[in-house]
Write a protein that binds this ligand. Structure first.
Ligand code: OFO
Length: 165
């Protein structure tokens, strides 16, 4: 059984995950408009992942006797200067999500709620993966920073098109 406080905090995280999905949809849309098919595809899959995260949280709240609430989602940005700006924003966003997950874990520990700690462990691991994959893309983008013909960016875009899940 979830405490009211933890149930509210997990519900807030559902909203943040759906907001993340909304941000990544917007990033995908920007990339499509800018002609980066692979980047658009990568962010579209990322948006789906965030929706899955929200569902995972909702299922857990229900299974623990809590009530799920879907609240309004905040506006998201729609414009970026370049692919590197886009990924820098995404990396910053994921760092913020990691802090949120740590705060949730801290709350569960303070309450001695072991089930929620075990549940949140999956998110802790997931955040390591998400931050790492964004860092890897940013490293590649920085490496081609001096390439003026645009072929490096084209290759990265093609590579991102290969993402399958
Ligand atoms: Fe991108 O992370 Fe959800 O949790």
């Amino acid at each position: 059984m979830l405490s009211k406080k933890l149930s509210e905090a997990l519900n807030a995280q559902i909203n943040t995950e759906l907001w993340s999905a909304y941000i990544y949809c917007s990033m995908s849309n920007w990339a499509l408009d800018a002609g980066y098919e692979g980047i658009a595809h990568w962010f579209r899959l990322q948006a789906r992942e965030e929706q899955d995260h929200a569902e995972r949280l909702a299922d857990y709240i229900r299974r623990q006797g809590g009530k799920v609430f879907y609240r309004s989602i905040a506006d998201v940005p729609n414009d970026w200067g370049s692919p590197i700006d886009l990924f820098l924003d995404a990396a910053k966003h994921e760092e913020m999500i990691t802090k949120n997950i740590s705060n949730l874990m801290q709350k569960a520990m303070t309450e001695g709620d072991f089930a929620t700690q075990v549940f949140l462990q999956w998110f802790v691991t997931e955040q390591v993966e998400e931050e790492d994959s964004l860092r890897a893309i940013l490293t590649d983008l920085r490496k081609i920073g001096t390439c003026e013909c645009g072929c490096g960016l084209h290759l990265i875009d093609r590579e991102l098109l290969q993402r399958s899940k």
